[in-house]
Design a binder for this molecule. Sequence first.
Ligand code: MRU
Length: 362
Amino acid sequence: MNLNDKNILMTDTVALGEDGRSIVIIDQTKLPGEAVLLTLRERRDIFTAIKTLQVRGAPAIGVTAAFALYLAAAEIADSGRYETCCEGFLGELAEARDYYASSRPTAVNLFWALGKIYDLAASYAGRELVATVKALRAEAAAIRDGDVASSRAIGEYGLTLLRDGDGILTHCNAGQLATVRYGTALAPIHVGREKGMNFRVYCDETRPLLQGARLSASELVANGVDTTVICDNMASQVMKNGWIQVVITGADRIAANGDSCNKIGTSGVAILAKHYGIPFYIAAPLSTIDRATPNGDGIVIEQRKPDEVSHMWYKQPMTPEGAKIFNPAFDVTPAELITAIITEKGIIYPPFAEGISAAFGA
Ligand code: MRU
């Protein structure tokens, strides 16, 4: 189904299909040229959608994974092989969980959501399968609803750090397209727009997959925001010009000490922000915080295919044959470069280890 640009913000990035047996996503690989809804039913298609970034952004991946594992449970139940939530059923569900878990390694929301659905199924051991599948559907829906509520709260908290007219630099897309609604880094801007505020937003284009140029710029323009796309290597210049008052990015995984892993290039932006004395904020829900990982060294960084650097977007290869390509999808910004982490439970300031524990109620 085709959408027009305005509808990007009126349409959930990820939703359970009306039939309860499919997932409907906005195909982000087609933006900004085409706004198309994709209906996914087969496990392989859902896996491919995550792997190829048709659906992307840590929270959106988490919601997709939650729906995907519920659909797998429903499919196993439909097969008639099991009457109850027995060992055989849980074994098959674990296979589906591990399959989806192998789609991308870095965003912790993927593993968090798969774990929540699987663990709930395990807690139903011995009970009727019908009741189990019903509970999993409700849990997946709650993860989706929680994502919307968290994103909205991040928007409200984040807005307290902004002034009308501020210049804001962001990297990658941590907007509505990376969640179900609102986004994380862009949520304060969307919420501010609702309240009649205006901002000047600079989107790093975000090589090599251009999430900033294609996605952040699309949703900001659709919301009437003054939007400027810059190449990644121009950030220093716009900061030097005095055009940026605040930097906000999202995160794919935040370690217990506050080290934050996000799209490749984010750590460079944080270093620049420190140089120019500009506050650097990370906006993310608690589901992006991985307290089992003590610091950024423990975060697995996805390595992607060389042709995203050498061929993609070009009519002919832009690197000579024989040149090696290094294509990590993420980097880690050390906690000491982060001014604060904006979550749905409030704004966490350094020292992050204590602030994070407090946010989880420890
Ligand atoms: O490779 P992507 O496009 O999935 O990377 C996304 C990011 O790095 C986002 O900034 C992050 O997931 C936060 S989304 C709210």
